[in-house]
Design a protein around this ligand. Structure first.
Ligand code: PAF
Length: 288
């Protein structure tokens, strides 16, 4: 596995690979890899000649008082895991190289960014779309891989790529979970023992909501039950729980073809998110 630390070198190498007719799969990450990231890398390995993984804790997507400084980092461990998962090139630039100047240009996402995590993290998705634009230009991928766990991010990136004609296919990879159902996340290591024990209840609450929705399509009751269950998790504070149409992230209607039940819960300063994506046609078929 080759390490690349500069934007210039990565841009030149990607252009060279494309010139040789090689297909490129990009796995953008902020490091501290877990099985969720490795599932993205493995999917990329199966579909591309060359797999590039980026590791960059992107300052542009952290707000004031958020955990940019304390976000877990371990490049040596990440490199070993990435290599094992079949990554060919590990791109880990410095912030000063990625953002040498601040020309003040912003990418302003639409209403998809105003709900769920976007409501309590103003500017977060501007920063995500900014770094994604840069990574797509630098690494020139044919395909880029994102997890369903960050479903709002995925919805925004899919919309952005479609609306602005980025020549890249966005590949959507299911959430990878711990045995007890907790979604894998780099932030899970920040939970203390009691919080870690309580955290799988997030998944259980969402699963209960999904079951109610699938049975008779009762959106309000499904959501109320999710909120009630999340509100009862010891040591946790509910940030949000919503049931929305996916990927528009607008209120779900009878016409919606897919809905998302999404939640964010805080254990002290650690904020965990999870969701369930429900294809509506399939839900209707199940209830017959
Ligand atoms: O999902 C993440 O880890 C980040 O938001 C991403 C997509 C790598 C952009 O910094």
């Amino acid at each position: 596995m080759r390490h690349i630390e500069t934007v210039d070198e990565m841009t030149r190498l990607a252009a060279q690979l494309r010139g040789q007719g090689k297909s490129i799969g990009l796995v953008p990450t902020m490091g501290y890899l877990h099985e969720g990231h490795l599932a993205l890398a493995e999917a990329a390995r199966g579909e591309n000649d060359v797999v590039i993984m980026s590791i960059f804790v992107n300052p542009a997507q952290f707000g004031p008082g958020e955990d940019f400084e304390t976000y877990p980092r371990d490049l040596e461990r990440d490199a070993a895991l990435a290599e094992e998962a079949g990554v060919d090139i590990l791109f880990h630039p410095e912030p000063a190289d990625m953002y040498p100047t601040d020309g003040g240009i912003r990418i302003l996402p639409g209403p998809q960014a105003d709900v769920l995590c976007g409501a309590s993290r103003p500017g977060h998705f501007d920063g995500v779309l900014k770094v994604i634009t840069k990574l797509f230009h630098i690494a020139s991928p044919d395909r880029a891989y994102f997890g369903e766990k960050d479903a709002q991010q995925l919805a925004l990136i899919e919309t952005f790529v479609r609306d602005f004609n980025f020549p890249v296919e966005i590949r959507r990879i299911p959430t990878v979970r711990e045995e007890d159902g907790l979604a894998k996340s780099s932030r899970n290591v920040c939970l203390d023992a009691e919080e870690r024990k309580a955290a799988p209840a997030i998944r259980q609450a969402l699963a209960e909501g999904e079951q109610i929705f699938r049975k008779n399509g009762e959106r309000e009751r499904a959501l109320q039950e999710v909120r009630r269950r999340l509100g009862e998790i010891p040591g946790a504070a509910l940030d949000y729980a919503e049931l929305l149409e996916y990927p528009s992230l607008q209120p779900a209607t009878k016409e919606s073809r897919e809905v998302i039940i999404a939640a964010a819960v805080r254990f002290g300063s650690v904020r965990l998110i999870d969701n369930v994506l429900i294809p509506v046609k399939e839900a209707a078929a199940c209830s017959k």
